[in-house]
Design a protein. Structure first.
Length: 99
């Protein structure tokens, strides 16, 4: 075979394989690069995890509801103590005998 025929065939085959590989693997490598970039940002703390934000909001809600419950319990306790004090101050009724 003549070198003038082999050289263009090698160049053409190399070009076809290169273009095919780029078209085939570019979407995969782009996606992997985006994923790695996202992981690095999360590791540095630049991006907060949405699940962590949800948990934080949930804990804040629970904390506020617990403080409301505490206030209500304190109010109920003080109300019951005042009622007990009033009941002690009332005179006890005398028992009447029907005899």
């Amino acid at each position: 075979m003549d070198m003038e025929v082999i050289a263009p065939m090698v160049v053409l085959v190399t070009l076809i394989v290169t273009v095919g590989a780029v078209r085939l693997f570019r979407p995969l490598t782009k996606r992997m690069g985006d994923l790695l970039e996202l992981r690095m940002k999360q590791a540095r703390g630049e991006i907060e995890d949405p699940q962590a934000q949800r948990m934080e909001a949930l804990l804040e809600t629970i904390s506020s509801r617990l403080s409301l419950l505490e206030e209500r319990q304190d109010f109920t306790d003080s109300l019951l103590q005042s009622r007990r004090a009033e009941a002690r101050e009332l005179p006890t009724p005398k028992k009447e005998s029907w005899e």
